[in-house]
Design a protein. Sequence first.
Length: 410
Amino acid sequence: MTDSHDLGQGDLEHGALGQAGGSWSPLAGSAQAVVLDILVHGARPRTELAARLGLSGPSLTRITKPLLESGLLVERASLAPSGSGRPSVPLDLDPDAHHFVGVKLTRDRLFVVVTDQRGRVLGEHDEPLPDPSPAAVVGQVTAVVAAARARDDRIRAVGVTVGGQAGDRAHVRHAPFLGWDDVPLADLLTAPTGLPTWVENDVRALTQAEHWFGEGRGLRSFALVTIGAGVGLGLVAAGEVLGGAHSSAGRIGHQRIVVPVPVPVPVPAPTDASAPTCDLGHHDCAGAFLTVAAVEAAAVRALGRPVAYDDLLALAADGHEAARVVVATAADVLGQLIAGVLNVLDPEVVLLSGEGVRLATVGGAAVDAAIERGVHPTAPPPRLLVQEFHFDEWARGAAAVAIQMHALGR
Ligand SMILES: [Zn+2]
């Protein structure tokens, strides 16, 4: 980062930092770098900020003076004097200056959170989504945003996420759970909500939230694998969330895997109609084994009766043999996927998340065994972190997208 771009006084008068009006013009260059660093990492002494961003002391003072005058940055209580004898006054940011709405859409439900600028959830709400048509969803999201704004006048932007493919933070290209193709959702929502609105794939949004406000903070590389209605992968490399050339990075739901043996029923020939398949009819992809629905379908075959996902995990944890085999089979597939990620990215950490993530704990031994089979013998043991998951995490991810776009001044 260079110190080549100044933040002129004109920017301030234009309301870049005019929080009363709620507007925020783009911060450019070093001013943006300063604000982002403090937003993500918290209060920092001036000397540390200058060193991290490659700025001289006078440059940092010049850049932060208008940010402090406008109230965007604030000074915290001094730390103890350092070696030089002068107290170092940390710069921080008021996380409550701006609030954000995050919305996660599923096939039949809508989840909403309001967060502060550091992704802390201030309020949450969910409701049925009776009609998944774009027009009905736009109407429903508009109503929940209006309700949030009626209670909170600091809401600045909205993020919406879906399971599926999103592009340019504006379009839903393909959302199989909703039956959508090429819906310009951001445009459809910006006018009725009166707020800048952004659209993103749900896993990539969750990755953004982890990168800025979660266990991925401060890491240059990590992978986030989610288990739930689908199987997802988010990637951070060189300090950035990867989107890919076609906004398709991490689309691993149909990644071919080696069908684990033993499976709950004798391994059928690939043409056997009774064999497990994904929604595209594959017998040998991750989605045929690893989604919540796939695991529940395998449980019916193995136990001869319907068993809910969480009940199956509980049975397996208690040593029920058929349940244990179902879980171990899915966990083997999870381990194969993780091994592939380790081989390609060599991330510092692999985070495991999603509403079905408990599989990674109950089936931990099978996950570990599949990883060991799939990576180079000299590879160091990976750092896997199984996160406790609440469904609101998905909506918080959506809010993180809005926070990011707002902070970047888009
Ligand atoms: Zn498939």
